[in-house]
Write a protein that binds this ligand. Structure first.
Ligand SMILES: [Zn+2]
Length: 242
């Protein structure tokens, strides 16, 4: 399995960056996980839209899915491939339908929710509802003996153990530093992301979704203070092979 970072900015894209998105590739599937603004351009560095097997959207916040109506137009008017399966929460798909008048021309919409599990090509997907302002689904993907977890957006009350123990790679949101934990915002600090990775028995932790202006080295230091494995920061174009 190969995971490519298409975007990792939290809330809005940094200069030259993109909001959240990943490409999850295996021998039999190419899945676009979260389609944040800016990720469509980067996705096409790796494959054509017609080569996508499916799109998975974690939740309805704009920075995680708003490329979809643009992809709708691209497929409908230019790419002309078969409709692509889209898996998302009911709220996300409701918004998508409101922005794409004949959505079935480009997508086959499938509502997913907490505890759902499906196989896409040779990728086994499992979802768990996180602790966030709207229905939000974290993902675990397994291909053969390799696995990775993507937290999507979550506050600290979500238990990553709901996705089972052990993951070669955890890509966790790390929106701010621990000094802001007292504000009770439903996102994770870098320290909480590190604790989550330890709880997940992760082989490696990647920090993503840093809010604009965050101190990147401080995020790494905080996560490393509570997680013994390798910790790095997501950046556009970085690839992880499991
Ligand atoms: Zn969110």
């Amino acid at each position: 399995m190969k995971i490519t970072v298409l975007g990792c900015s939290g809330s809005y894209a940094s200069a030259g960056g993109a909001c959240t998105g990943f490409l999850v590739q295996s021998p039999k599937a190419n899945v676009w996980l979260d389609a944040g603004p800016g990720t469509l351009a980067n996705l096409q560095d790796y494959l054509d839209l017609s080569e996508l097997t499916a799109i998975v959207l974690s939740h309805e916040h704009a920075d995680h899915w708003l490329e979809l109506p643009v992809v709708y137009n691209a497929i409908r008017h230019y790419v002309l491939c078969d409709p692509i399966p889209v898996y998302g929460t009911s709220g996300t798909l409701k918004l998508a339908r409101s922005m794409c008048e004949s959505i079935e021309e480009s997508f086959r919409c499938n509502v997913i929710e907490d505890g759902d599990a499906i196989t896409i090509g040779d990728q086994k997907w499992l979802w768990s509802r996180t602790h966030h302002y709207v229905e939000t689904l974290a993902s675990k993907v397994e291909v053969g003996h390799g696995s990775f977890i993507y937290t999507a957006d979550t506050g600290p009350e979500w238990d990553v153990g709901s996705l089972g123990s052990g993951a070669d790679l955890v890509i966790s949101e790390s929106t701010f530093l621990s000094e802001r934990e007292k504000e009770k915002i439903l996102h994770l600090s870098a320290r909480q992301a590190g604790k989550l990775a330890a709880r997940a028995v992760a082989g490696e932790l990647v920090l993503s979704h840093l809010a604009p202006g965050e101190d990147k080295s401080a995020h790494l230091n905080e996560a490393r203070s509570v997680f013994d494995g390798p910790v790095s920061l997501a950046c556009v174009g970085k690839q992880y092979i499991i």
